[in-house]
Design a binder for this molecule. Structure first.
Ligand code: MN
Length: 321
């Protein structure tokens, strides 16, 4: 078994000015963080947590490490909020999926109301349990699931990364089979679409992660796009990975993640407002995708194009004079 195609799409949605969702795309580790807090604090919290997970991803290979990396994310967000009054009270959800393809298992680490789903044989199953007020009210029989979906307090979460000195994350491991497709998403998706709609959007895209990601974001926006929408999709397929993990690329001196300053540049802000869809061809495991990657490539390509044009014009000028 191995990870097949995978993709991530994040979108600001129709109502929010900024995107306070962050993601980690470092196969075999995938994660979502949905920040909360006044001003831009939610964005800072989500980025701090995602950076902590991203840095730890190369050394994270089994479920026993998930609590520790969430604890580290918690520590960074908590300490920043203590040091910077403008960010007091900020926090973030974290939902991690760590694939152990040879063992046929996926481990999850989870805090808050972002979700992990498994699509198997056309049936979508929520793998994580929301740490939310409405989930607790459903659990205790006060609300029906249908009432919870429309409840005005449905985005109130009972547990977050970074709002307390420590956090107790859910960590658990599930079996997986070839043909399974996993979805991690922020509540900007799950509040807008029912599970049936999520399943049919994925099936309607022939379970292609990139096309399904675009379809899910478009559907959530069509429904109002009231919050930031982030989806990570990956499939589990038959066969052995020729190269199980791109660890060799992560040695000392290899590309590192951007510094977690919490102060995004204008470029990063601009990126946050446009959908960033990334997917990889079916061969082998997907390549890691880092925050802020993509624009650099576009700028490099643009620079190359401009220099080719400039040389062309110079040659033309010299030829005609
Ligand atoms: Mn959200």
């Amino acid at each position: 078994m191995r990870i097949g195609r995978a993709a991530v799409v994040t979108d600001t949605g129709k109502r929010r000015l900024g995107n306070e969702d962050a993601y980690v795309f470092e196969p075999p580790l995938f994660a979502i963080a949905d920040g909360m807090g006044g001003a831009r604090a939610g964005e800072i919290a989500a980025d701090l947590a995602a950076s902590a997970l991203e840095e730890a991803s190369a050394q994270t290979r089994d479920a026993t490490q998930l609590s520790a990396i969430i604890a580290e994310a918690n520590r960074r967000v908590w300490e920043r909020s203590r040091a910077d009054p403008a960010t007091a009270g900020m926090g973030t959800t974290v939902t991690i999926a760590l694939v152990d393809a040879p063992a046929g298992t996926i481990s999850f680490g989870h805090v808050g109301d972002s979700r992990a789903y498994r699509l198997r044989d056309g049936a979508l199953e929520q793998v994580t349990t929301d740490h939310s007020l409405v989930a607790e009210l459903v659990e205790s029989g006060v609300l029906t699931p249908e009432e919870a979906e429309r409840h005005p307090q449905r985005s109130a979460i009972t547990k977050a990364v970074g709002t307390e000195p420590s956090v107790d994350a859910d960590v658990f491991t599930r079996d997986t089979l070839p043909g399974d497709l996993f979805l991690l998403c922020s509540d900007g998706l799950s509040d807008m679409l029912s599970e049936e709609e999520i399943a049919s959007a994925i099936e309607g895209a022939d379970r292609d992660p990139e096309a399904a990601g675009d379809a899910l974001v478009a559907a959530a926006n069509a429904r109002g796009g009231e919050d930031n929408i982030t989806v990570v999709l990956f499939e589990i397929v038959d066969g052995d990975a020729a190269e199980p993990h791109p660890e060799q690329d992560r040695g000392i001196g290899a590309t590192t993640v951007p510094p977690a300053t919490g102060e995004p540049t204008d470029k990063e802000r601009a990126e946050a407002s446009e959908p960033a869809a990334v997917a990889t061809p079916g061969a082998g495991e997907p390549e890691p995708i880092r925050h802020g990657a993509g624009a650099g490539g576009r700028i490099a390509a643009l620079a190359l194009l401009v220099s080719v044009l400039a040389i062309g014009l110079l040659v033309l000028y010299l030829a005609v004079r």
